[in-house]
Design a binder for this molecule. Structure first.
Ligand SMILES: NC(=O)c1ccc[n+]([C@@H]2O[C@H](COP(=O)([O-])OP(=O)(O)OC[C@H]3O[C@@H](n4cnc5c(N)ncnc54)[C@H](OP(=O)(O)O)[C@@H]3O)[C@@H](O)[C@H]2O)c1
Length: 291
């Protein structure tokens, strides 16, 4: 599979990585099945897994996804050192809700907990999950800079940020990557210049929810433009959309999630698909309703 740069300080990774979230939130498969899904993704060639401490049910379950990944890597027949695991801190899950806590003290304790859950001494890529409106961004990023100096994280990334926030963070420490939402349904990362900025600055851009997320992805097989391309090429509608997202810029890396072996393997098909200009343009111009 094609390798792309995840940014300075991190090994190159396959252009399609595995998004761990659906294996640990509501309606998750059991652990044995989740390990099979992760092994299928790795066996299909993916070298990146994206996680977060808050991919879990609630605050009593923090680290579920990281522990799952650690177990899957331990039990995998391949070389765990060839896999980059990216995780995040800066959110909490009280009562199962998603809330921000990007205070420096919280980021430090969250990072320590992620190190333990992943069973590693250094986290490959540690991402600020989202800026916290109650905490100056500079303070949150300063905490990541300290963790970097102490060798607890190899590289730092940002998530859910604007170009201005990327600039402010990059003034404090090297920013390897940015992870924002990008799919045909949601194109603000393109419209607001984040993808372009990361490309110019040599950062990786991790496209999250690339097929629209847990609900909207189910509309893809019925989408007139996407399904026509899928039929003509003999591939799934999801693979068509992942190929479209990958085509937005050479620094884009997609991280589709999956709860099944079949879905995880299917997404990899997209790495071998080059859409024609006409196909690309047809998707660009098509309407993708989020209703
Ligand atoms: N930084 C952030 O704030 C943030 C936010 C959201 C997500 N993320 C990251 O991005 C990853 C992906 O986002 P997401 O899980 O929200 O949405 P997504 O990848 O757009 O879609 C998720 C769902 O689409 C289905 N799917 C994916 N590929 C498929 C295929 N080839 N064929 C058929 N169905 C397919 C899967 O359904 P099944 O479950 O039925 O297999 C999966 O659960 C997450 O896992 C997480 O790592 C980050």
């Amino acid at each position: 599979m094609e390798l792309r740069s995840l940014g300075p300080g991190v090994p190159d990774v396959t252009c399609i990585g595995f998004g761990g979230m659906p294996l640990s939130i509501a309606d998750r498969p059991d652990v044995a099945e989740s390990v099979r899904v992760l092994h299928a993704a790795l066996d299909a060639g993916m070298t990146l897994i994206d996680s977060a401490d808050v991919y879990c049910l609630d605050d009593d379950d923090i680290g579920h996804n990281e522990r799952l990944i650690a177990r899957a890597l331990r039990e995998w027949s391949g070389d765990p050192d060839s896999i980059v695991v990216a995780t995040k801190g800066g959110l909490i899950r009280p009562g199962g809700r998603w809330e921000s806590d990007a205070r420096p003290d919280h980021l430090r304790s969250a990072c320590e907990a992620s190190l333990a859950a992943l069973g590693v001494e250094t986290i490959d890529l540690y991402q600020l999950h989202a800026p916290d409106s109650r905490v100056p961004l500079e303070d949150s990023v300063g905490a990541l800079a300290d963790l970097h100096v102490e060798g607890k994280i190899r590289a730092a990334g940002l998530s859910n940020v604007s170009v201005d926030e990327i600039r402010r963070a990059a003034a404090i420490m090297p920013v390897a990557s940015v992870q924002n939402r990008l799919s045909p349904f949601f194109r603000e990362a393109l419209d607001e210049g984040v993808v372009e900025h990361t490309k110019r600055e040599g950062m990786g851009f991790l496209a999250y929810s690339p097929v629209g997320g847990g609900r909207l992805n189910r509309k893809l097989p019925d989408h007139p433009v996407v399904s026509a391309i899928a039929r003509a090429r003999g591939i799934s509608a999801h693979a068509v959309v992942i190929a479209w997202v990958l085509g937005r810029a050479p620094n884009v890396i997609v991280i589709p999630g999956a709860r099944t072996v079949a879905h995880a393997i299917d997404s990899v098909v997209a790495a071998g698909v080059r859409l024609t200009q006409e196909e690309d343009r047809a998707i660009e111009l098509a309407e993708f309703s989020i209703a």
